[in-house]
Design a binder for this molecule. Structure first.
Ligand SMILES: *[C@@H]1O[C@H](CO)[C@@H](O)[C@H](O)[C@H]1NC(C)=O
Ligand SMILES: *[C@@H]1O[C@H](CO)[C@@H](O)[C@H](O)[C@H]1NC(C)=O
Ligand SMILES: *[C@@H]1O[C@H](CO)[C@@H](O)[C@H](O)[C@H]1NC(C)=O
Ligand SMILES: *[C@@H]1O[C@H](CO)[C@@H](O)[C@H](O)[C@H]1NC(C)=O
Length: 410
């Protein structure tokens, strides 16, 4: 592990801290999202290692056509109060995450006019007070950039989002809670759809952003690449699809101080169907970098993967193919210690600082994160002065292998 850490430190670009932070630099964030929908399928609240965290986001409350309410699944009505109570009993901030991939369809319409923003701000404050929450994590995917396919969308989304946040801060409750946003690797799209070059207004009202530096490569890509690359500047130009380092540089250049940037990290990976002739460097059993995969044959992921269903837009989607860390243990790729299982081929890519595993019989390759890649990300977060880390999702870890690796970096 030490040689890998040493090698990785050489790769890390130093990030210039932007001066003029408007909100005070707060405490180091050690966070994860808790998916309420996994409570009855293996990850009840009682399984949460609260002592590893100081912030937990409950996923999700979703946006509504009617701006005067947020939507919760029926099961959340009892689970969310228990979540808040368990978090508080453990000294952990309990936040609500609003939106998500399928839950942000009405963000745009909810902030489209001054009247709607005032009503939406009231809806959010009422929700915070009702559930005794300590913060709100906005997970709008994405302002003026279509995500799932049927989001309401407007060129004014980013400006309207900022106005909403400013209005929330005018409220005594809104002024006192932690406000954050889960964001893509590019700054919020401006009215032309390009990454904003000045997000300093957001730095003034958000405590921090959490950059979702995952799903950078997946089934939609042209080759098997890293789900959550730390860096990519040493990859071939075509393989530079984004990374933690480039995302932090882009956001901070646009005016988001690094101490208001939390790195989103992934407790899961993406699977691909790769023939042995593509998987290995010819004539060897060493795994090749960026191999081709069969996009007509998406492998099924772990027990939490969906075998196929209709999404929030009414469109049928096949398996996602994601494996949590425990899913990789379950699926025979990893040992219970989180190391490569006997009979499985592996590769640790020193450019992206992420591992791969491959089962030659099933022809399934997975790009994921392990203890080493999490520790290296932790070193980057600390050495660059970032605000902390947030893991999607708490329940993806196995025996705290990931959260201990990133949390032990001092
Ligand atoms: C404002 O919110 C209402 C629902 O509460 C919605 O019907 C309307 O379309 C929204 N306005 C805009 C301009 O999107
Ligand atoms: C965007 O905002 C401008 C100025 O506030 C307004 O004139 C325009 O109608 C808005 N556009 C849309 C699509 O809502
Ligand atoms: C890709 O997968 C599909 C579906 O399983 C299969 O029919 C096809 O033969 C595969 N293509 C290759 C090149 O292996
Ligand atoms: C690899 O995949 C095959 C076919 O699915 C399975 O039988 C085998 O157990 C897997 N290997 C390991 C080490 O899990």
């Amino acid at each position: 592990m030490l040689p890998l850490l040493a090698a990785s430190l050489v790769l890390l670009c130093s990030v210039q801290a932007t001066s003029g932070a408007i909100r005070s630099s707060g405490s180091y964030v050690q966070a994860a999202w808790y998916a309420g929908y996994h409570a009855t399928v293996g990850y009840p609240l009682s399984a949460v290692p609260w002592d590893k965290y100081n912030t937990m986001y409950y996923s999700f409350a979703t946006t509504n056509p009617d701006v005067s309410s947020l939507y919760l699944d029926a099961s959340d009505a009892s689970l969310l109060p228990q979540f808040v109570s368990d978090a508080h009993a453990n000294g952990v901030e309990a936040h609500i995450a609003i939106g998500g991939w399928g839950g942000g369809i009405y963000f745009s319409s909810s902030v489209a006019t001054a009247e709607n923003r005032t009503m939406f701000a009231k809806t959010i404050i009422d929700f915070v007070n009702q559930y005794d929450l300590d913060g709100v994590n906005f997970d709008w995917e994405y302002p003026n950039h279509q995500g799932i396919g049927c989001n309401t969308i407007s060129p004014n989304d980013t400006a309207n989002f900022l106005s909403l946040l400013q209005e929330l801060r005018q409220d005594p409750t809104g002024a006192s809670i932690t406000l954050s946003a889960a964001v893509s690797i590019s700054p919020f799209a401006d009215s032309n759809g390009n990454p904003s070059t000045d997000v300093s207004g957001f730095a003034g009202v958000l405590d921090y952003i959490a950059i979702m530096n995952y799903d950078i490569w997946g089934s939609w890509s042209t080759a098997v690449g890293p789900n959550a690359p730390l860096a990519d500047s040493c990859a071939a130009a075509a393989d530079q699809q984004g990374s933690a380092v480039s995302a932090v540089n882009t956001w901070s250049s646009a005016g988001m101080p690094v101490d208001q940037i939390v790195l989103g990290v992934a407790a899961y990976g993406h699977s691909f169907s790769v023939s042995p002739s593509d998987a290995f460097v010819p004539g060897t059993k060493a795994l090749a970098a960026y191999p081709a995969f069969n996009s007509s044959n998406q492998p099924l992921g772990d027990a939490w993967d969906d075998t196929g269903s209709v999404d929030a837009c009414g469109v049928y989607e096949g398996p996602g193919g994601t494996f949590t860390l425990w899913g990789l243990v379950d699926g025979g790729f990893l040992t219970p210690e989180g190391t490569t299982a006997p009979g499985i081929y592996s590769r640790y890519d020193l450019c992206s600082e992420t591992p791969y595993v491959y089962n030659e019989t099933s022809e399934v390759m997975v790009s994921y994160d392990n203890a080493v890649s999490f520790a290296v990300k932790g070193v980057y977060i600390k050495s660059s002065g970032l605000r902390g880390y947030a893991m999607w999702e708490a329940g993806g870890d196995y025996n705290n292998i990931l959260i201990d690796a990133i949390g032990s970096v001092v």
